[in-house]
Ligand binder design. Sequence first.
Ligand SMILES: Cc1cc2nc3c(=O)[nH]c(=O)nc-3n(C[C@H](O)[C@H](O)[C@H](O)COP(=O)(O)OP(=O)(O)OC[C@H]3O[C@@H](n4cnc5c(N)ncnc54)[C@H](O)[C@@H]3O)c2cc1C
Length: 406
Amino acid sequence: MSAANQFEIAIAGGALVGAALARALAADRHSTRVALISQERPATQPTAAGFDAGVNAGFDARVYAISPANAAFLAQLGAWSAIPEARRTPVHAMRVYGDDGASLIEFDAYRTGCSELAWIVEDRWLRDALWCGLENQKGLSLFSDATLQALEMSGARAGLTLKDGRTLSAQLVVGADGARSLVRAQAGIAVEARGYGQSAVVANFACERPHRNVAFQWFQGANKSGAVLALLPLPGDHVSMVWSTEDAEAARLLALAPTALAQEVALASHASMGALTLVTPARAFPLQQLTAGRLVAPRVALAGDAAHVIHPLAGQGANLGLQDVRVLAQVLGRREPGRDPGDLRLLHRYARARAEDILAMRYTVHGLFRLFEARGTSIARLRNAGLNFAERMPVLKNLLMRHAMG
Ligand SMILES: Cc1cc2nc3c(=O)[nH]c(=O)nc-3n(C[C@H](O)[C@H](O)[C@H](O)COP(=O)(O)OP(=O)(O)OC[C@H]3O[C@@H](n4cnc5c(N)ncnc54)[C@H](O)[C@@H]3O)c2cc1C
């Protein structure tokens, strides 16, 4: 194999997590030869579209609630400013309703001295921002429109074969290749996965009344099999919906005519933003919980959905993945000069540093899902009383909020 195809680090997957890691490694003075293998090829030049052009071009139905800590990390990577300011919508307050129609917990950024609880950013803008300028990044080789097909471990290097027949080798392979990670499978890392029997229906709406930068969430309870409806603020008087509901119900919602869907969502959201008008066609994503048995193996590290997939009810999956990136880049950047980046003892530093955060988020999100899905009047009373209790405990509320903000 020619020296040109030998790398210190190869990243498989060029979505949020893989692209963020490629950027983060630019600051790693030891990793001078990095490869990014991506099935996609987002724009690598800044998008000139301003606010009006952007809105006219339409909204992306996939959005992320990005925590302030990750917004700061993206800024450090030079990606935050590449998202047009008007396409980053700050969330100033959040209202979460229980399934009895009365319980409520409300989080307010100003009351706790922060300027925002999160930022809502559309997938397309975030991906473009992460790819912006990557082709000129020193030490980075882009393999775009490329699929990793096989991975072979042999002593000091891992051999990678792409679908188009090209081969390369690397001392460390990072699996940022999503829930169905090939890297994870070929490294022999076991996985625990179970479906929720739910799909998340996403769509965007224009709303009659302003959202005032408030994010809303309604737990719909056991009668609706633990469905959760969220409306997140978008630029102008628009909201993005994530309605996690039973698969059959999701299929029914997808089949509705635009006006019928808008009416159902307005009804389920208690007309909080008045009448709604659908502006992007609805799509559905099947939901699952997935946990890799290990985050690292010899010459392999996993990050993002390749390592953990959680229910979107807390909007934390991508946030967890970006924190994986921050910590992995830090561990690699701080390694001793000449140290092999694929050394398992080094990679264990990354695994140890991420273990608690990943476990805590998994249990919190899964626990919330189970609590609001459970049948029985006493459990229903308990969960709604819990919301009201937390609402009246400023210290507890502050703790919850600070954790979600990263
Ligand atoms: C409805 C919904 C709403 C969500 N909302 C939020 C939110 O508000 N906030 C939040 O933090 N998270 C949210 N999430 C979670 C978030 O979407 C994911 O955690 C995040 O997108 C994972 O990013 P990733 O880069 O790890 O994986 P992916 O986005 O799955 O990307 C994996 C990439 O790897 C590529 N790939 C796969 N196999 C190969 C291969 N063999 N060779 C090369 N490339 C390969 C794929 O093409 C893809 O580009 C939500 C999820 C859902 C379903």
